[in-house]
Design a protein around this ligand. Sequence first.
Ligand code: ADP
Ligand code: MG
Length: 382
Amino acid sequence: MASVNLESVSVRYPSGAVGLESIDMHVDDGEFIALVGPSGSGKTTLLRTIAGFLSPTSGRVAIGDRTVAEGKTFVPPEQRELGMVFQQHAVWPHWNVGRNVEYPLRRAGAPKTERTARVASALELVGLAGYARRDPATLSGGQRQRVALARALVARPRVLLLDEALSALDEPLRDHLRLELHALTRELGLTVVHVTHDRSEALGLADRVAVLDEGRIRQVGTPDELVTRPASGFVARFLSDATLVPGVVDAEEFRADGHPLRLSRDADMPAPGRAHASLLPSAIDVTPDHDGDAVVRSSLFTPEGSDLMVDWCGVAVRARTHGIRPRVGDRMRVAVGRALVYPDAEPGAQAPGDRVGSAGKPSADDSTDAVASARSTSFARA
Ligand code: ADP
Ligand code: MG
């Protein structure tokens, strides 16, 4: 196994598009890291840069002690000793399972007897013992992904790279493979970089999670750190459905723009100036009240209680309730417990007010922007 190190890695595409912007990241030997972020945030670019399918425009990539990309140094993918699994199209349909799994060993020129033994053990590892002669067309999607995993593992890679490897599978198979992947990689002590857009998968599987946005790492930490101490409103919203409310901090309190939300100053509050409050669903208390100033817009059942979207004076707030499931249209009263306030100017912050206002409409990735959707026509009051 090996560690992975990226130092100030930037990637620009020939089109001028920014793939990555000055990424610093260290993955320990044997560590399981998940890269998570919205579509287009740079996850695949980062993985392909580690794999050697892309060359960084600047910066350094090292695997173990070996520099694999820096300036004129460039070690091609097949010499990096990595295993890789993609979302789909990973298994060649005209070869049987064994031949597919054997491929990296053939390329490396391993002798026949060794190939046969290692293919058998790789298939056993992924729960497909005895499948070597099967035609991939006769396998389920989950089984095909296991074949791809066996092929990635057969040459005993130093690092396993997964790009949305489970994303094309349906639940509950996906959930099942998630557990298997975790068990397998932990037993083998593999270094894993797992790319997913699925935040619960990232938080569930990884020792540490890196949150990407616009080619930058916004925060790296353990799942618990990311959920309890998000570094920015963006991270809180992306991972935990926090509602972001723009406003201003003065000497006494945070005051939301054109909205009753007030938060009195505490030690964590930033210096006076433009800011946004981040309200985690778990810290919001909604109770039925005929005179309440919030209205339920959606109410989803979950085993842990109702998952609500309430329109609170024009801001769409995500909240959870226990007990009787509220109905759409019910009036509620909202109480905010703990809230985190972030200055708009913090490095890497998404200033939600600016983001909506400056463009005049939400940008492509703004589908989860609670403030934006609260002000869009679908939430306007009749
Ligand atoms: P993700 O995997 O997080 O969805 P990507 O790494 O694929 O994101 O993309 C990051 C950014 O780089 C996006 O803005 C995307 O449009 C751009 N990009 C990705 N691949 C290419 C390419 N081959 N040519 C030009 N731009 C690209
Ligand atoms: Mg991708």
